[in-house]
Structures are given as C-alpha cells and as structure tokens.
Design a binder for this molecule. Structure first.
Ligand code: SF4
Length: 515
C-alpha cells in the first residue's frame, strides 16, 4: 500500500503520540488530569526516589509515545515565588542527566497562556532540600529540586520527555514556613493551568524533516558591524555607545549589551567626547555633522552596500534628478539614505505611490532601493516608475544586496517543498520579514520567530516538513537552537539545500584597524 503524502511530498506525521504523564502524588495527578481534559494518560508514580526508580523500571517496557513528569517542586533561586512554573531543560540526580530539548517550546506556550515560567536544570534529590542544601543545589546550577523526576525522565529513553514542576516552596518561603499550604495550593493551581500545554505538545509530536535554506543567517555587513563593536570594546573599553541597534536582532544586541555596549536612540544620549558607533543601517549627513560638532569619537559601521546607495543618492541629486527611493517608511536605512539629499528625494513604498511623484522635470527621475526589500515586490514598484517615467535612471548595480537576494531565492526553493516555513529573525528586521513574505508568496504558511520559544505548538500539528532559514541579522546559533527544540517533539531529519555559497567579506574601518 502507498503511504499518503503531504503537499511537501513526505509521509504524513504518525498518528498522535500517546502522552503519559507521571505525577508522584494523587493531588498532583488530579490537577494534571483536570488540566488535560481527557488527553493522555496520567499515572500516580509515588512519592520519593525509591518509588520513582521502581516505576521507571516498569516504564521501560511501556508503550507511551512521549513522557512528561509533572508535579510540585522546591524552588532554589530567589527569583522564584510559589505558583511559578519551571520547565526543565535537563534533569539530573547528580549521576545521570537527561536533556529535555522541548523546554523552550513549552515555556513559550505557557508564557503565552499568561503563566509565570522559568526554564533551567531540575535536580532530583534523596531528601527534601532545606536551607543550606538549597543553596548548595542552586550553586550547582539547578533552579528547582524534587525527589522523583530524574529516574522517571530517564525511562523515556529515546522518546520525547518533559519535566514540569510548579514551585510550592522557595528559599524565602521554605517547607516549614506557615505559608507552605498556600504555596502548595498555588503550585497545584499552576500545574492544572499548565497541563493543557502538555496535551498540545502531544498533538504536535511526531517525526519531522527540516529543510535548511542556504545561504541563511549573518551576511558580510552584519558580521562586519558586530566585529566593529567588539573591536571598539576591546580597544577603548566599555562603555561604548551605539546609535540605534547595531543590527536588528535581539540576541546580537543583548550579547553586546552584556559586554558593555550601550544602545541609544539619539546622539543627545551620548556623553560629550564619548565613543559612538553608527549602526549597519547607516546615518544621514546631519547625524555625522552633529557627532563631529560634539567632538564624539565616531566609528562608522554602515554596511558598505548601504553606503553605496548613499553615494548614488548624492550623485543623482547633484545631477538635478528627483530620486525616488523604493523602501519602507520609518526604517533606519531609509531615513539615513533620504537624509543624503532631502530636497531631491521622495520615498515610494508602493506602485500606487508613483502617481504622487511631482518631478520638476519628468525627464530627470532616478530611483534607488532599500537594500533589504523583497526582490519581486521592488520589481513591481520599479516597473511602475519606468511606466510613468520611461527615461528614469536606475542604480548602476542592484541596490537590493546579494545577501537579501540569496536568502530570498533560497527560502523560495525550500518553501515549495515544505508544509511550514520558520524564519529566525527579530520583528524589526526588514530582511527577515521579507523572507516570511517570500515564503508566503510561494504558497507556504510562514512565521517569524526570534527563537524557539516563539514557536506555537499549534503551527506544527500535521506538519511533517519544516523549511527553516534565518535573516541576515540572526545569529547561526539560533537556527541550531530551533532544531534542538524541534527534536523535543520527535526525531528530526535535517537536510540542507544550498542554492549558492557566499564568500564576501568587507574590510574594517581604519578607526579600528589601525590600533
Ligand atoms: S543585508 Fe545586505 S546591505 Fe544589509 S548589512 Fe547585510 S550585506 Fe549589508
């Protein structure tokens, strides 16, 4: 018999994997059962490590498809309060560690449900954790302790496993504290509220293929901009001010912030004489002039391909052209380019905007483009411009940069063979948003995600092949994190489809090269 196939050409996901939830105590099992509303099977596995080990031995031959351990636990860190949920990234008894890669997916889903959630290591101990031992366990990196999870989780073997603990006691409200009853009740309420997410996990579980689009992730301009900030931090020391986000990605910005970069919106926030880096998106001449007037030590991380568009804008404007800039209003790159010749430039976002252009001389119209536009969308606007102004001058070479073009072509190729496309990138990243639109235009549902915790389990139901890419500002590690998280739903087979390889590198500016 021929197996049914998806539009992507692969086998349909297997029937819903049977969920087994192990809850040590009856009260915990009751809370979970109510939350699950009939999905999966809930088993009371008994209090303490000895009972868990016996249950784990029995589980080894059980037929379940995925396993969750759900109960209450003792918080180990001061930021936790009773009723908080902890999703284990791994669980250990001190000897053996079981990884739970699905943690970020479950945590994201729980947060979207309005619950307070932390992710981190869970430790299983033989005795209830009192004051000093709580601190010792926290020093080993664990954030919650219990007496059952490790042996039960280990029994999952190769099958997906999750550990969910609701905090009943904390360092500030320990077990013998009068508040332990209210803490326990808060934990049981949270456990019940969290359990529907376990059912959604089961519904989304199954083996999958991931088609990786190549090229993806960092382009040469982004690598250069990040390296410039790193070098400036190294050479001049923190703090180093950066006007606007150096590149539009939350991970990159957070990482550089940890290392001493201070991101500001305007130069007025930079102290006199301090060092400031201009972002990869470029700045207008007015910003450069202000930096110079204030005596700031300015280092320019503008991507050379954006700088090229600035040069073209100045050249056309100097030759008396009205320069139509095809781009998106409010984007920093567009603001910087328009600032090169504000009197001679006009922003054109759509083909309809072309009708509104009023050039002094219809024979002297030129157009330029934002570097991160969707190639097909920009082609429609430039066609409208050439229709109305047949002599319109185009840029010497494509303004939409090689990295944008390559990533769009790559995701188009992958989208055609996928049931769903995920694009790693931040919401303010123009090229990442364009990748989502490109996949959608190819007929495949697509979502922009900053990381694995943004993936909604509902998107994955019935999906056997996921196309995956990352915008030019998204770090490659995020793609690895996404694949790792997907492996918490079942086996993942990763195939890469590379349409071209990139070997472009831009040299660093002299201000950081010389030292
Ligand atoms: S996307 Fe293109 S223009 Fe933007 S930084 Fe990268 S290489 Fe430069």
């Amino acid at each position: 018999m021929t197996a049914p196939v998806t539009p992507a050409g692969g086998p349909l996901p297997q029937a819903r994997a049977e969920l087994l939830v192990c809850s040590p105590l009856r009260l915990e099992a009751m809370a979970v059962r109510r939350g699950l509303g009939g999905a999966g099977q809930v088993r009371v596995t008994g209090y303490g490590p000895a009972r868990s080990r016996r249950q784990a031995a029995a589980l080894a031959s059980d037929e379940f498809g995925l396993l969750a351990v759900a109960g209450v636990g003792g918080g180990l860190t001061d930021d936790l309060t009773p009723g908080d949920l902890v999703v284990g990234t791994e669980v250990s008894d001190g000897n053996t560690t079981t990884r739970c890669p699905v943690a970020p997916l479950l945590a994201g889903e729980l947060r979207r449900a309005g619950l307070r959630v932390s992710t981190g290591p869970v430790i299983t101990v033989d005795r209830l954790a009192g004051g000093p031992s709580r601190r010792q366990l926290a020093a080993r990196g664990a954030i919650v302790a219990d007496m059952e999870s490790a042996p039960l989780a280990m029994a999952a073997g190769q099958r997906p496993v999750a550990v969910l603990r609701a905090v009943s006691d904390t360092p500030a409200r320990p077990l013998l504290h009068p508040g332990i009853v209210t803490g326990g009740l808060a934990a049981l309420r949270s456990l019940r509220a969290a359990s529907p997410v376990l059912a959604r996990w089961a519904a989304a579980a199954g083996p999958r293929r991931v088609l990786l689009a190549g090229p993806r992730s960092f382009c040469a301009g982004v690598e250069r901009a990040i390296e410039i900030v790193e070098k400036v931090l190294e050479q001049r020391g923190a703090p180093v001010y950066v006007r606007k986000q150096i590149v539009h990605n939350t991970h990159v910005v957070a990482d550089l912030e940890r290392r001493g970069a201070v991101f500001v919106d305007e130069l007025s926030e930079v102290p006199d004489g301090a060092c400031v880096v201009f972002s990869a998106h470029g700045v207008s001449p007015a910003v450069r002039a202000e930096a110079s007037r204030r005596g700031l030590d300015a280092v320019d991380a503008t991507c050379p391909l954006v700088a090229k568009v600035h040069v073209e804008a100045r050249r056309f404007a100097a030759d008396g052209y009205l320069v139509a800039l095809i781009g998106h209003a409010g984007h920093e790159e567009v603001e910087g380019t328009l600032g090169e010749a504000p009197e001679s430039m006009a922003l054109v976002q759509t083909a309809e905007d072309v009708a509104g252009l009023r050039p002094a001389d219809p024979g002297k119209v030129a157009y330029l483009m934002q570097t991160t536009l969707a190639v097909d969308e920009a082609a429609g606007v430039s066609a409208a411009l050439r229709d109305r102004f047949p002599t319109a001058r185009a840029p010497g070479s494509d303004d939409i940069c090689y990295a944008t073009t390559n990533r769009q072509q790559a995701i188009r190729a992958v989208a055609a063979a996928s049931d769903l496309v995920l694009v790693a990138g931040s919401a303010n990243s123009s090229n990442s948003v364009r990748l989502v639109e490109t996949a959608e235009r190819a007929g495949t549902p697509a979502h922009l995600i900053d990381g694995p915790s943004d993936i909604q389990l509902g998107w994955l139901e019935g999906v056997s092949t996921i196309g995956l890419t990352a915008g030019a500002s998204a770090p490659p590690a995020v793609v690895d994190d996404i694949i790792a998280a997907l492996s918490g739903l079942g086996p993942v087979e990763v195939t890469e489809r590379v349409i071209t390889t990139e070997n472009i590198r831009f040299s660093l500016p002299k201000e950081v090269r010389a030292q």
